[in-house]
Design a protein around this ligand. Sequence first.
Ligand code: NDP
Length: 286
Amino acid sequence: MIFDQVFLVRKPLLQSEHLACVFGNPIEQSKSPIIHNLFAKQFNISLNYQKKLVAVNSFAQAAEIFFNNPHAIGANVTMPFKHDALAWVDELSQQAQRAGAVNTIIRTSNGFRGDNTDGIGLVNDLRQHGVELKKAKILVIGAGGAAKGALPALVDAGASQIFIQNRDQAKAKQLKLDVNSFSPGVANLYLADDKVFDLIINATSLSLTEQLPSLSDSIFECQPAVYDMVYKDQPTVFLKHAKNVGCIKTIDGLGMLIEQAAHSFYLWFGYQPDTGPVFKYLRNES
Ligand code: NDP
């Protein structure tokens, strides 16, 4: 499929070229340049979006060099630099503070602002798939960076109870405390006696290695919507398993990736891209 055939030019816009990038290690696999270039075409924005492979412990240096270019308007940050980015920026959004991580840097008139769009990306994708979050009872498996970004956004979207299950119990307890500090009583540890959920989110990396979380199939008894933050060419092992035990709505993390990028793009340019055609393009490509 050729980009120009699918994406309409909606608004005449900025004349000069803008520079943006994604910092990470590894970075070769990143789809961010494809996504942001497709967004830019929707608004006739001239964007040069690059992948930056950064050596571990060299984030600050890489960011200084990149932003030394006056055309550099912002950057995305992926593993393992989301904490380095938090320390590097001059100010933080509430989302970045709550998540304890920065995945988007925005150049401002005062310096650099750090934000976190993972949570809003997840929530927007769940909404696109018709998952009701108001008063929802949610099981989140995982307590790493992705879960930390997701939980505050799920609370803001109206979730009534969030149960956390993680291999490392200390991390689950800390995440529970963090969430309850701004929304008392919403987060609980998962204690295996609760079986009724509206939504189950796998926020671990287990599906990357074809592994399932060690949880009883009773969590699927009420046929909740099931989300896996990992995405692959084929349905992930977690989503396949959920379908096999009777769940009907199963969603992978491709939409989250695109929606979080869309919010970054909005923070840089003030334009909200249409994510639907980008989702179709990437789904067909994989
Ligand atoms: P982290 O490394 O911060 O956390 C990894 C999580 O997976 C932890 O909860 C960890 O548990 C758990 N885990 C890893 N291996 C095992 C195992 N063998 N058994 C049990 N639990 C395990 O990664 P992130 O939180 O940043 O990312 C998690 C996943 O989400 C990744 O695969 C990433 O690709 C995906 N993601 C997708 C996004 C999207 O846009 N679709 C955005 C962000 C992330 P423990 O704490 O016990 O180690």
